[in-house]
Design a protein around this ligand. Structure first.
Ligand code: NI
Length: 167
């Protein structure tokens, strides 16, 4: 396993669209293991392959306190979305920024798991928000892009300044 480099907003590679995975093979399982290690080390509750510059539809999530309930979603699709929630979100690609975004409150998701088998799951609360946030990454969308142009410009300037200082 290896820790991967996480792209930082406003890196244009965060806007690439991820392609579906044709087969959950050893290469994909190895990517998933590396993504999980990277997410746990960060630490974060979710990571999309887009954030490590791999443009395939793969997501890892763990919202448990014990950090031992890894959820892997390959080629995720939202089957049903209901209600509305307005949760404060953060992102490993936009460190230090927390903003509210409107999302569906409850979702039903279909995806392939680590074993390549298709499954359907219900999610609500933080898990539903997290899945929607990570699925956006696969479509090339970062959560701050839901905010006003003014806020986005401020965040962009702050991120670029941070990156210059750490370079
Ligand atoms: Ni994110």
């Amino acid at each position: 396993m290896a820790r991967l480099n996480i792209l930082r907003y406003p890196d244009p590679r965060l806007h690439k669209i991820a392609a579906p995975v044709a087969e959950v093979n050893d290469n994909i399982r190895s990517l998933i293991a590396d993504m999980a290690e990277t997410m746990y080390a960060a630490p974060g509750v979710g990571l999309a392959a887009t954030q490590v510059d791999v443009h395939k539809q793969v997501i890892v999530i763990d919202i448990s306190d014990s950090r031992d309930r890894l959820l892997t979603l390959v080629n995720p699709e939202i089957v049903t979305a209901m209600g509305e929630s307005d949760c404060e979100e953060g992102c490993l690609s936009v460190p230090g920024i927390y903003e509210k975004v409107a999302r569906a409150e409850q979702i039903v998701v279909r995806a392939l798991g680590l074993d390549g088998q298709s499954f359907t799951m219900d999610a609500d609360g933080l898990l539903a928000v997290c899945i929607q946030h990570e699925m956006d990454h696969l479509k090339g969308r970062v959560f701050v892009e839901y905010l006003s142009r003014l806020k986005q410009n401020r965040i962009r300037a702050k991120m670029l300044k941070q990156q210059r200082q750490s370079a």
